[in-house]
Design a protein around this ligand. Structure first.
Ligand SMILES: C[S@@+](CC[C@H](N)C(=O)[O-])C[C@H]1O[C@@H](n2cnc3c(N)ncnc32)[C@H](O)[C@@H]1O
Length: 338
């Protein structure tokens, strides 16, 4: 049951999104996070989201059949009140009877990561939101490459002068468009007045995606703000260079870009790290790591006014709880005037 003393927050959520009535009870996600990003919460509570989590538990269990016997997993399950869970089937049964938000939050916090993974995502979201909001005062075109389920186009308080272009693969754009039109728009009122353009294209094919971007209204003669969050680590070094040079060729002087990159993974020094690496290996998809993301931006022509932040900087910036390690960097570069 919802504990007393937080009614004001709950009412704020309900006012914002009617569907929360059904899912708030027993939610294990902090209400402040739901209020901040109701879209992410909504997307994590769909039947498809649950199916994704169930499939990844099965895949992890197939790759690591002794997973549920590992002392670290046993400790985590015990700490979460799930000591009776001794197999993937047991865990899936828990998901079946839990609140809709439970499976994703469980995976994010206790299974594929650590509690600090979720905290890092909160920090990264807040930092990028703040950078985007600061820049939209002067730059009116925003392009999110590898946008995925990024909902800034709806979630942030943009005015009608702003256009947010979102580029992703056809399957992702189709899923997002369907979710937005069939369900999300019925439940959540956007805070944004921006125009939102979806561009279905593969970012590895420069000519194709740039043509589609322009066809959907992008103007390469005007400055733009580019966002590459959670994308570059899935590309090879060569693909990153080609992509960022293409972005640069589409950017007027004064345009900016924010890239998220991942630092090389340090050797596992604790049993927890060893366990985490073992669990990440079957699903490990990262293809590039760097400690010098500024060089990507230099090479692409975005080498001016570089601002580089890692999680330690973000912790300091927002007075957040201390994080384990740095792992990601967020680098902003500017295309200089001619
Ligand atoms: C990890 S998600 C990040 C989504 C979002 N930017 C965020 O940070 O929440 C990576 C996204 O990049 C997209 N992506 C990866 N390679 C791509 C490509 N070659 N062309 C277009 N999109 C791509 C994926 O489809 C996926 O939606």
């Amino acid at each position: 049951m919802i504990k007393s003393g937080i009614e004001a927050q709950i009412n704020a959520v309900k006012e914002y999104a009617s569907f929360f009535d059904d899912t708030l009870v027993d939610s294990n996600v902090p209400l402040s996070c739901i209020i901040y990003d109701p879209y992410a919460y909504f997307l994590c509570t769909t039947p498809e989201a649950k199916e994704l989590v169930v499939n990844s538990v099965k895949a992890l269990n197939n790759a690591l059949p002794t997973l549920f016997e590992h002392p670290i997993v046993r400790n985590k399950l015990q700490a979460t009140g799930l000591s009776h869970v001794t197999s993937a089937d047991d865990l899936i049964k828990v998901f079946e009877t839990s609140s809709p938000s439970y499976p994703w939050n469980f995976m994010a916090c206790y299974f594929t990561g650590t509690p600090s993974t979720a905290d890092k995502i909160f920090l990264r979201t807040k930092y990028i939101d703040d950078v985007v909001m600061e820049n939209q005062k002067t730059i009116k075109q925003i392009v999110v490459i590898g946008a995925g389920m990024d909902m800034r186009a709806l979630r942030l308080e943009f005015d009608q002068e702003i256009t947010v272009f979102e580029v992703d693969t056809p399957q992702v754009i189709e899923y997002k468009t369907n979710m937005l039109t069939k369900t999300i728009s019925k439940h959540i009122t956007p805070r944004s007045k921006a125009k939102n353009c979806h561009v279905s294209a593969d970012l590895r094919f420069a000519e194709q995606w740039t043509k589609q971007l322009v066809a959907s209204g992008y103007d390469p003669t005007k400055p733009s703000f580019w966002l590459a969050e959670g994308l570059l680590m899935y590309l090879s070094e060569d693909e990153i260079d080609v992509l960022l040079k293409t972005v640069s060729s589409m950017s007027a002087p004064g345009s900016k870009i924010l890239i998220q990159t991942v630092e090389p993974i340090p050797p596992a020094t604790t049993p927890e790290m060893k366990m985490l690496y073992m669990m990440s290996a079957p699903i490990g998809e990262f293809r590039s790591f760097t400690t010098t993301p500024n060089l990507y931006l230099d090479r692409a022509g975005f080498g001016s006014d570089i601002v580089l932040k890692n999680y330690l900087h973000l912790v300091e910036l927002y007075g957040a709880p201390k994080q384990n390690g740095t792992s990601s960097a967020f680098t902003i570069g500017t295309k200089p005037s001619l």
